[in-house]
Design a protein around this ligand. Structure first.
Ligand code: EPZ
Length: 429
């Protein structure tokens, strides 16, 4: 199995192009199920999760075509993907596919709205927490669907079609907001999603749905209104830049020291993490091309932070921040409020010499003078990349195992870092 080998201690200098957002790409691809016309998505990142979703959608009958690069296009430009769900041939999403990627459960909303039925496997366990789908199911019931659970599958039907409804969520959920928004777009009458997620990826999906003919207002606020339409049509949409990838490389540059410009990054998508980095003593500037991150010899200051739904500090950057704070001058406190079990990186960071004490949902990180390279591995994407960040500053060699986690969500990670001077390579086999 592939590994990533890093020799720490080199500052990062140069430019890193930011790819399209994984967590917008997935629901956007799923939105193609809502129309018999072609949906064209630009700036799609090359990621294992995108390939897997292509297979899942193919199973439902979606024709997925990837266009190669056009002449003159930069090597970092994202791909263009054409999705055409002219005929939905199968409304079942099987366990062996859904269990590999939770977001594929989200096909349930569009399938139900378009053809009135869906049989989607429950996703099962997950490395970062229990992650139930009860809010998704409650939303679909409010829209008039009948839901049964049988043999590990959710069997949903709405023979007469879905009808608009008030959908108040007890807690903010990104996925359930996507499900409600996708389904309500084709429901009869008006729907109002209350306590909706405000993440930029929700706004991006709403923008694409509007291009497809949906009537949506309020995306990006806690209340989203959707006036259902009879049919949606094809559209072309470019995926927004990945704010988590942006934040990850910002923390990598802060960790290794140096001067890096994150090309195409949009600062307004990650104000909380950028403010936090500035508080920690990192120089953060907005440039015409994106965001510039600089840290010279100055030490890092410790921080206190709790993860929260957008616009708060994202859970998807919690592990990376923790890696960074292992080298701060003082004690940091990082509280995880979204997922109850998202601390797998703690034991691995400890293998590099980090001092972290876990108490329930709060990690106390005592900054150390030095980290020392070691073999490490993690069981989820963001935890894995936090080990890469730590490896950039650790003395000697760090080998990160189970690279397939990184490939799910970071496009050409080692190339992007190596171009800025990091001693990092992929070892295959
Ligand atoms: C999305 O997951 C992201 N995934 C996650 O990114 C991200 O960590 C998460 O949102 C939070 O920002 C994608 O966009 C593909 P939630 P999602 O529903 O939608 C509870 C990554 O690394 N909940 O917002 O599954 C849930 O258990 C991934 O890229 C219920 O109780 O997350 C959690 O505590 C990992 N019942 C909270 O809500 C439900 O039906 C928020 O989860 C749904 C959620």
């Amino acid at each position: 199995m592939d590994r990533i080998r890093i020799r720490g201690g080199r500052a990062l200098k140069g430019e890193i192009p930011i790819s399209g957002a994984k967590n917008a790409t997935l629901p956007l691809m799923i939105a193609s199920l809502l129309t018999e016309d072609t949906l064209v998505l630009d700036n799609v990142p090359q990621l294992a999760d995108v390939t897997l979703l292509q297979r899942i959608l193919g199973n439902h009958g979606v024709d997925v075509m990837l266009s190669g690069k056009r002449p003159g296009e930069s090597e970092h430009a994202g791909q263009t993907v054409q999705l055409s769900a002219k005929n939905i041939v199968d409304t079942t999403a099987p366990y062996h596919l859904v269990s590999k990627m939770r977001a594929s459960f989200w096909v349930i909303g569009p399938l139900l709205a378009r053809v009135g039925q869906a049989r989607v496997s429950l996703p099962g366990g997950c490395a970062i927490g229990t992650r139930p789908v009860d809010f998704h199911l409650a939303a679909l019931k409010m829209l008039g669907a009948a839901i049964e659970i049988e043999g590990g599958f959710v069997i949903a039907s709405a023979r007469e079609g879905l009808r608009g409804a008030r959908i108040p969520f007890p807690k903010v959920s990104v996925g359930a907001t996507h499900t409600a928004m996708l389904a309500a777009s084709l429901a009869r009458g008006e729907s109002v999603i209350e306590n909706a997620a405000r993440e930029p990826e929700i706004v991006d999906v709403a923008a694409c749905l509007e291009k497809m003919g949906a009537k949506i207002s309020g995306a990006g606020t806690g209340t989203i209104r959707i006036e259902g339409v009879e049919r949606l049509h094809g559209a072309r949409h470019a995926v927004l830049p990945d704010r988590i990838e942006t934040g990850t490389y910002a923390m990598a540059a802060a960790m290794a020291g140096g001067d890096v410009e994150l090309l195409g990054a949009r600062p307004e998508l990650l104000e909380a993490p950028l403010e936090l980095l500035a508080r920690a003593g990192v120089e953060v500037t907005r440039t015409n091309a994106g965001i510039r991150i600089r840290r010279d010899g100055a030490g890092l200051l410790p921080v206190e932070i709790a993860t929260a739904p957008f616009p708060g500090f994202p859970t998807d950057l919690q592990a990376q921040l923790m890696a960074l704070m292992t080298r701060a001058r003082g004690t940091s406190r990082i509280t995880e409020t979204i997922f109850e079990n998202r601390f797998m990186h703690v034991q691995e960071l400890a293998r590099l010499g980090a001092r972290i004490h876990l108490d329930g949902e709060t990690a106390t990180v005592e900054g150390v003078e030095r980290l020392k390279g070691a073999p490490v591995m993690a069981t989820d994407l963001r935890a894995s990349v936090s080990l890469v960040i730590a490896g950039l500053a650790a003395e000697g060699e760090t080998v990160v195992h189970r690279v397939y986690h990184l490939d799910r969500g970071f496009e050409r990670l080692e190339q992007k870092l190596a171009r800025c001077g990091a001693a990092i390579e992929r070892v295959t086999g």
